[in-house]
Design a protein around this ligand. Structure first.
Ligand code: PLP
Length: 406
């Protein structure tokens, strides 16, 4: 007989996962049982500062009271209808999200990958219906080292062999160019191009920030070429970089923005494709859909997320505390840190490989009560909840210093 869950300790629970869970992740050896704000607690009662925040899914921290309250109130009233019927939460959610992002139409979905897939379908439909690309000839230009999710179509245009190998054959119609290279983009775009799909900052690749002028250049180039600019803001958007959208660091308005992660308030998966009526208006009943997309619980939580962002408080915090983060990391350069890239409360930190892999540094930080995630090689990424305090952030930077210099 299996022992009741509460009788099992961390090590036992980690071992229990091995035979029953698909091995598509390699988590840090911490078993989280509860959380509040920027802090999580494991089942033995040890506390950790969450400096990953669910890859930005927890931008407002764990269990933000306004979000939990919105979810509770909705749970007591209506949770799901499917889109076969209207429900009373969807119009308000769509209106407020469109207003927040400066667009006029919203296509609600659930996960980030679904938003990307939906963006691809909308761009192709637009290319055939509006631009007049011959049937089945539409192309989409993407950037090397992208991360857009895990479906077969999406990993088909990934340049990460681990993500691709063994999953073909893949969807045709994608061209890959180097990121942050306008000349290569110009070369790849032609009369078949439906869209250029990029991340304004490449998170998974190590928080790679393009040169000033790149995003404006993409906007200018796509406008000239008569194709769409689709910005994947699933990780970079909704406050993370100190603005509502990361593209706002340049005077840029994409045709289509993909949102996810933080839109669900750390409670439910909520994603959306937002864009102009001229683009999203191409979809007709039956051409695309999702049973759960825009459900009442998702819409209620999503609306509460938009309400938090409407005040500008979180964007301001991210910008202000971003200075603390940047200065703290700058002081570590040459003392275990070989380089870093940061914008708002988001940083990719390249650790001296002699001190250990990103994974080893992450494990040492974990033992000191700070949770982060490594990415390629000796890079770790920092993305605390936007509710983190300056004191907590300085504490985490102090722990990083200790781990790197002792
Ligand atoms: C996380 C992420 C996705 C995929 O989102 P899921 O919800 O995991 O499917 C897509 N694009 C970017 C930039 C992401 O960070």
């Amino acid at each position: 007989m299996t022992a009741p869950a509460r009788a099992r300790g961390s090590q036992e629970l980690i071992r229990a996962e091995e035979p029953v869970l698909a091995h598509n992740y390699h988590p840090l050896p911490v078993v989280v049982a509860r959380a509040e704000g920027a802090w999580v607690e494991d089942i033995e009662g040890r506390r950790y500062l969450d400096m990953l925040a669910g890859y930005s899914a927890l931008n407002f921290g764990h269990r933000h009271p306004a979000l939990v309250d919105a979810a509770h109130r909705q749970l007591d009233r209506l949770t799901l209808t499917s889109r076969a019927f209207h429900h009373d939460r969807l119009a308000g959610f769509a209106e407020r999200l469109a207003a927040l992002t400066g667009t006029d139409m919203v296509l609600p979905m659930n996960t980030g990958a679904e938003a990307v897939e939906s963006g691809i379908k909308v761009a192709r439909k637009w290319a055939y219906d509006v631009k007049g690309v011959p049937a089945d000839r539409a192309t989409i230009v993407v950037a090397a080292d992208n991360f857009h999710g895990r479906t077969t179509t999406i990993v088909g245009f990934s340049t990460d062999e681990t993500a691709r190998a063994g999953f073909g054959p893949f969807t045709p119609g994608f061209r890959v160019v180097p990121y942050n290279d306008l000349a290569a983009l110009e070369e790849a775009v032609d009369e078949t191009t439906a869209a250029v799909l990029i991340e304004p900052i490449q998170g998974e690749a190590g928080v790679l920030i393009p040169d000033d002028g790149y995003l404006a250049g993409v906007r200018e180039l796509t406008r000239r070429a008569g194709c769409l600019f689709v910005a994947d803001e699933i990780q970079s958007g909704l406050g993370r970089t100190g603005r509502t959208l990361a593209v706002e660091h340049e005077p840029v308005v994409p045709d289509v923005v993909l949102l996810g992660k933080a839109l669900g308030g750390g409670i439910v998966p909520v994603s959306a494709v937002v864009g102009s009526r001229g683009v999203l208006g191409v979809l007709r009943p039956g051409e695309h859909g999702s049973t759960f997309g825009g459900n009442p619980l998702a819409a209620a939580v999503g609306t509460a997320v938009v309400e938090l962002l409407e005040t500008g408080e979180f964007q301001r915090r991210a910008a202000e505390l971003g200075t603390v983060l940047r200065e703290g990391l700058a002081a570590l350069v040459g003392r275990g840190v070989v380089g870093f890239r940061a914008r708002g409360l988001w940083a990719g930190v390249d650790v001296d490989p002699a001190l250990g892999s990103g994974r080893e540094i992450s494990e040492r930080l974990m033992r000191e009560g700070v949770l982060v995630k490594d990415t390629h090689g000796s890079t770790i990424r920092l993305a605390p909840p936007l509710t983190v305090t300056g004191e907590e952030l300085r504490g985490a930077l102090g722990t990083l210093e200790k781990v790197l210099t002792s």
